[in-house]
Ligand binder design. Structure first.
Ligand code: ADE
Length: 362
């Protein structure tokens, strides 16, 4: 039996959502309903994730917007409007989807677009949702067209339009599904088709974290991992984690390894420096890939401009990875510039290679 989406609604404007078919969970304190088997079971990152908005450090604007949306939604007894989160990797998009589910008192189902290859993959997820649950789709810009078209009526009207059978015997069936919230995450908001983007009621960008928030995140993680870390040591990790909590937590674990092998109890900033030099993370948090990119620009292209494809080929990197993973923080630091003629090394980038980067890289 073939199941395919029926018709092409790709250009139609999103309509208002109907009222939900089932009662929302009762307000007030609720048990944790995030399904531990559905989200990074036993994963290292999982143990450090904040569970509630109050525990989530940084991203103030995002939290404010979502807090209001959650409160209003709960008061109305509806499913939260669909949310699109975009921004560089490691800034907490998955964490925020889990936090939203927790705040709503529902389960969060986690998947990613490459896992939704066949129509039945997405249909299976949608028909098994409970009312008001959160469906998180990572890398949503990678959804194929068929999966997207299944999502349109599902997001708009909580309905699946399916063609059952093939050829002359094919029939169209419309199947109601429960009201749910789609949380989509992407590092490339610009790659989303506009009909899909238009169906999200809330579209929010995650920003790199500032030093103060990163220091607080490192201190929180150290407490959870029972690591005795001086505040100055937490600040040193914060300085060197590319504005990214996921990297901060990874560096913290590496620092803990060095401290335990060296027999240190309390960890100070000198030990952080020693451990991170060992891992070739320099004083501004640049790693070997970052420095290779900047050095290539300087030494082989006189500082640029150079096209992304040329840089990627020379570095043996995928251009998309370079653009979405490596470059954003270099742009944020002001070490790199994107111009219409290509990438350019800035004066600050040059100074970093000459001084701090050269000295402090392993
Ligand atoms: N761990 C990772 N990201 C975090 C955040 N934004 N707040 C608190 N802990 C975190």
């Amino acid at each position: 039996m073939a199941i395919v989406p029926s018709g092409d609604r790709s250009g139609s404007a999103p309509r208002r959502r109907p009222s939900p078919a089932a009662a929302p969970p009762a307000p007030g304190p609720e048990p944790r309903l995030v399904d531990p088997t559905a989200c990074d079971p036993g994963g290292r990152e999982d143990s450090l994730r904040p569970r509630r908005l109050d525990d989530y450090i940084g991203q103030r604007e995002l939290k404010q917007v979502l807090r209001i949306a959650v409160e209003a939604t709960r008061a109305r007894g509806e499913a939260l409007d669909h949310v699109l989160l975009y921004g560089p990797p490691g800034l907490g998009k998955t964490t925020m989807a889990l936090v939203l589910a927790e705040e709503l008192g529902v389960r969060c189902r986690i998947t990613s677009a490459p896992a939704l290859e066949r129509p039945r993959d997405i249909v299976g997820l949608l028909v098994n949702l409970q009312p008001h649950e959160v469906l998180f789709i990572d890398e949503i810009h990678r959804l194929n067209r068929v999966a997207e078209e299944i999502l349109y009526p599902a997001m708009e009207d909580f309905r699946l339009d399916l063609t059952v059978g093939q050829g002359a015997g094919a029939r169209t069936r419309s199947l109601p599904i429960v009201p749910f919230t789609l949380v989509g995450a992407t590092t490339r908001a610009g790659s989303l088709s506009s009909p899909l983007r238009d169906r999200f009621g809330l579209i929010q960008r995650l920003e790199f974290y500032d030093l103060e928030d990163l220091q607080a995140i490192v201190q929180r993680a150290a407490a959870l991992l029972a690591i005795d870390l001086e505040p100055a040591a937490a600040l040193e990790v914060a300085r060197r984690c590319r504005g990214t909590p996921r990297i901060a937590n990874r560096l913290l674990r590496r620092v803990r390894d060095v401290a335990s092998v060296a027999g240190h109890g309390r960890i100070g900033p000198e030990l952080v420096d020693e451990a991170l030099r060992l891992h070739r993370v320099d004083g501004r948090g640049l790693d070997a890939s970052d420095r290779r990119l900047l050095t290539l620009l300087l030494e082989s292209h006189g500082g640029g401009p150079v096209g992304l494809e040329t840089l990627a080929a020379a570095l043996g990197e995928d251009p998309t990875t370079l653009e979405t993973v490596v470059e954003p923080f270099l742009l944020q630091l002001g070490f790199l510039q994107r111009t219409s003629r290509g990438r350019m090394l800035t004066a600050a980038g040059r100074a970093h290679l000459d001084g701090d980067g050269g000295e402090r890289a392993a």
